[in-house]
Design a protein around this ligand. Sequence first.
Ligand code: SLU
Length: 544
Amino acid sequence: MEEENIMHGAEPRDLVHPGSAGTQLYRSLYKFSYFPEAIVDAHTHEVISYATIFNVSCRLAASLEKYGLGKEDDVVGVCSENNLNFFSPVLAALYLGVPVATSNDMYTDGEISGHLNISKPCIMFCSKKALPLILKVQKNLHFMKKVVVIDSMYDMNGVECINTFMNHYTDHTFDPLKFQPKEFDPLKKTALIMSSSGTTGLPKGVVLSHRSLTIRFVHSRDPIYGTRTIPETSILSLVPFHHAFGMFTTLSYFVVGLRIVMLKKFEGELFLKTIQHYKIPTIVVAPPVMVFLAKSPLVDKYDLSSLREVATGGAPIGKDVAHAVAKRLGLSGILQGYGLTETCCAVVITPHDNLRTGSAGKVVPYVKAKILDKATGKALGPNERGEICFKSEMLMKGYHNNPEATRETIDEDGWLHSGDIGYYEEDGTIYIVDRLKELIKYKGYQVAPAELENLLLQHPDIADAGVTGVPDGFAGQLPAACIVLEPGKTLTEKEVVDFLAERVTPTKYLRGGVIFVDRIPKGPTGKLMRQELRAIFAAKKAQT
Ligand SMILES: Nc1ncnc2c1ncn2[C@@H]1O[C@H](COS(=O)(=O)NC(=O)c2csc(-c3nc4ccc(O)cc4s3)n2)[C@@H](O)[C@H]1O
């Protein structure tokens, strides 16, 4: 019998492509191959066309096949900042049905080694900027047999560029129309392995199928849940391609045929100048940029009258900030999406016909949701708070080689437990109100407390550590640590902060500070009591 209080996603306006995401992308890139601009680098104004992406990705796929890629456990790695050439290896692997694992180019060697030991890519495509990092760790990662540079016309430090690599296996007479993507069961075939720490513990590999992507592509083409842009209009994306938010939105822009204006990182004046220069109608940004749009005096210096849509997500956005941005930019409201890496992309999106600024929106097509009462296991009715759970073929298949973590997140009925608290109104509009899980989101980036605690415990003078996120109006949360020192040892707050900063990417720095305590609050089973950690920082803030 169908469970009551289930929210069924909106009626789909499109069928899901029955085949692989690679085939759908191949057909879309070919269909739009007469568009001269697929991605524009807003820093250099360099451009890559749809035809070039189509030709290079097909030729690279054919070359990889001759190289011998496609064995059982093969994985393609991509480590790069937002880059015009970022998607050529991603698309090539999707055509072949070989999983892609993306890495943050800002990782330290310790972080990227831990990350790559999960997905174990046999070949790594990296940018010039990420090459030193990759070469530094390659000697310890025996599985990574080959490195290729994606954005150089020439070989570098003994590493082949893409053209040199392809010339071993194909030549300039290569005809992309003679190459055909592989077909396979899209539900079973892994498309991407993305990094997420999930509801608890260390970062894990989120396994997403080709069906996850093809369902996302339906949402991006939906007139109510997609961006209301028609082919060739521009979308300014400020989200990292290596993260699920940037990966799956950008792949879906290829399916819609948009001109993607890309920024590698947020710089206020350049961001505003780019909107003015390219007459951008749609922007997709993380919440800190929304705070900038709401408050910065710089906004008044530029002509932003081209803007028709402002979309955000990846972390909570205050209702006041959303209304302030809409008012300042003369918009009827702000588009919001809510998703997890584990759900591939947004599973709740504000519908164009009912924006309800401040809400996360409604459940998208081909997805079901419920608000779970964790005490009774029952699905709650409207206006009752509980854990938001989802069910869909869009969701991850599980965590890579981690059945235990998978079981803890996806229950025996196939419901994925988000670790977020929310409620819905009678019309199905969902509000996210809190986070049950320990995950910290700094400017939309994941920070896993367990990862920082493990690193802090490597300091000889630190006996115990507990990490939590303290609220921040701009970044959302700031990582902060409670520290217990070994007897007789002394460390300053700066020494603790600097010790960690040498070992992690800047988004994980202890910007929320350090408090020295006699003991870390733990339950009877030794489990860290994170609410208590938050209370310690809240009490300290109340004293200042
Ligand atoms: N809108 C939101 N409001 C409040 N919290 C939000 C949120 N989105 C993510 N979160 C938080 O990040 C956690 C997940 O973090 S994560 O794993 O890094 N993944 C993500 O944050 C994630 C994966 S896909 C995605 C989005 N896709 C979109 C597509 C279109 C659009 O307009 C907006 C968005 S956001 N976000 C969630 O569990 C939740 O705690």
